[in-house]
Design a protein around this ligand. Structure first.
Ligand code: LLP
Length: 461
């Protein structure tokens, strides 16, 4: 029986120490891809910058990794900003995106002294402008443009009908209003234009079409501006996906921008990209424990101890993945099975058809390429805990996010004016139970009431 190793660590050791489901990232792979992006995205004609689109997988340790490589960070919410501020990333390397950043989020951005906002609409810019006045603080503004190019994995379309919720057309009144407002406010500076045409893109022509549009817009501006062409570089989830090598993609993009600028006799200050999926997708996988099996007239099921709660993508987008039984890597794959999760939802299928060896209760099933939009889209449906995350490298394991406990699931619930979280910590300070004891009970899911609920009822009396 041969067992899968990741970063020179046996996956069965990981499952013993951290339980399942568990997200595992090969740190060396992440570092290597970051370096490859950095090396391949260089131009002699303009500055280049790479922002990690942290929505793909945001963890403080992950942000630290990109910070160490001198990258910037794309964030899209107050929550992502808050986490970023706890990391090693310099605030001036954070770019704040999003179509409906609230006043509170924008205020938080000014208070945190970030320097770059990608503005999505005119109403947002009015808020930004008043906050800049209030804080007497400068802000670089990029305008998110809808260039009318929409990319879907293997194809793209150019539409004249532009109705995405993101951005606006350069030709629109909304854009004129934004440009005027930036001109009028001494604290605001037009940094440039941004466009993101889609995700999991395989077709370079889609990027080229967007670049063509963006570069023409620059003609109106005397000073060189920054162009941000977003993320979206496709990865291989299964053998059907055949993305171009990322170094080829990046070099071609640079070349295309250089040539197009030359044709129009224009200059840019900087070219930015914002990859997310392509940085973490292939470096991550999820480990599950195989539970029960069931045979129906049409299929055989292997059930696992996770599902749409830790990977929403198959149910939401019919995304395809590949898998193995990680402790039977050398066994013949004779079983055609459906890998299903444990959620109360018929659509909770992780893989419709997988070829695997005969598995036993307690085996470890690994699903590959779950590193992007897996953890970040996880949820607590059916009160399943959010799994932990580990980084492995050179035989070492680093716990990056701890698996939730049952207590975590209810700690924000309020009974009698106090949260369970507060009640637990009170009980700990009163010396009636150690936090560890409570957590242990909570994890076991046994007799939890006598520790917490019982106390609450007493307080109410
Ligand atoms: N920049 C902007 C403005 C974006 O909206 C996105 C992704 C990115 C960069 C990063 O794109 P990437 O390199 O990761 O493709 N939940 C979906 C993906 C949604 C992508 C949203 N925006 C999924 O699981 O496929």
């Amino acid at each position: 029986m041969s067992t899968l190793k990741i970063g020179n660590v046996c996956v069965t050791d990981l499952t013993k120490n951290f339980q399942t489901p568990l997200y595992v990232y090969d740190q060396e792979k992440i570092e290597a891809i970051i370096d490859l992006f950095t090396e391949s995205f260089q131009s002699s004609q303009f500055k280049t910058k790479i922002l990690y689109a942290s929505k793909a997988f945001q963890a403080i340790e992950m942000i630290n990794l990109v910070a160490e490589k001198s990258w910037g960070l794309d964030i899209v919410s107050g929550g992502e900003l808050y986490a970023a501020l706890q990391s090693k990333i310099a605030v001036d390397k954070i770019y704040f995106h999003g179509n409906n950043k609230t006043y509170q989020e924008l205020d938080f951005a000014f208070q945190s002294r970030i320097k770059h906002i990608v503005c999505d609409n005119y109403m947002e810019l009015i808020e930004i402008s008043s906050l800049a006045n209030l804080h007497q603080q400068k802000m670089n503004i990029s305008l998110r443009l809808n260039v009318g190019v929409e990319a879907h994995t293997h194809e793209y379309i150019v539409t004249s009908h532009i109705d995405s919720k993101f951005g606006f057309a350069f030709e629109s009144e909304e854009c004129r209003n934004c440009l005027n407002l930036i001109n009028e406010n001494e604290f605001l500076k037009l940094e440039g234009f941004h466009s993101h045409i889609g995700s999991q893109i395989f077709d370079m022509k889609a990027f080229y079409a967007a670049i063509d549009k963006l570069i023409v817009y620059l003609k109106e501006f005397p000073d060189p501006l920054t162009l941000n062409i977003g993320g979206g570089f496709g990865i291989a989830y299964s053998q059907q996906d055949n993305p171009l090598k990322i170094e080829t993609v990046l070099k071609s993009l640079i070349e295309y921008v250089e040539i197009t600028l030359k044709q129009h006799e224009l200059k840019i200050a900087e070219l930015i990209i914002e990859p997310g999926r392509s940085i973490v997708g292939e470096a991550g996988c999820t480990l599950y424990t195989v539970g029960y099996q069931k045979v129906t007239p049409g299929r055989k099921y292997y059930f696992v101890d996770g599902g749409m709660t830790d990977n929403l993508r198959p149910s939401l987008y019919q995304a395809r993945y590949t898998c193995d039984i990680a402790n039977r890597m050398d066994e013949e794959k004779t079983e055609k099975v459906t890998v299903a999760g444990k959620c109360c939802e018929s659509g909770d299928i992780l893989i419709q058809e997988a070829l695997l060896p005969p598995a036993k209760l307690g085996d470890v099933l690994v699903i590959y390429t779950t590193g992007a939009y897996g953890y970040s889209m996880s949820n607590q449906y059916n009160r399943h805990v959010i799994p932990g995350v580990v980084f492995v490298k050179d035989g070492q394991v680093k716990e990056v996010i701890r698996r939730q406990t049952f207590a975590d699931l209810i700690q924000q619930e309020v009974i009698g004016g106090q949260t369970f979280g507060q009640l637990v910590s009170q009980k700990v300070t009163q010396g009636q139970a150690s936090a560890q004891e409570i957590r242990h009970k909570a994890n076991q899911g046994s007799d939890f009431r006598s520790y917490i609920t019982y106390e609450v009822i007493e307080n109410e009396c």
